[in-house]
Design a protein. Structure first.
Length: 87
């Protein structure tokens, strides 16, 4: 059995009201690969604070993760960065 790499993605959504739905659709498509999702936001400034930050742990092949990253990257107003750990 081949062991998949562990990927950590940081996704910065600049305008949650505008882009959050597009990001969510992609996350649903990759739900079987997502092991952990952490939504970070500033509680004190939640109202009127348009940004959102997601940290996502995903397990899968490099090809799958490249496709995931490209799909998120194509959404205007969203930034994505990653780290990859070999088992």
């Amino acid at each position: 059995m081949e062991t998949s790499a562990i990927w950590i993605f940081g996704v910065l959504i600049h305008d949650k009201e505008k882009e959050d739905g597009c990001v969510q659709k992609i996350l649903v498509r990759y739900a079987d690969s997502i092991k952990t999702r952490l939504d970070l936001f500033n509680v004190e400034h939640w109202e009127g604070h348009p940004h959102g930050l997601l940290l996502i742990q995903v397990i899968g092949s490099e090809e799958e993760m490249d496709l995931f990253e490209k799909e998120i990257y194509m959404i205007e107003g969203v930034e994505i960065q990653h780290m990859m750990f070999e088992p």
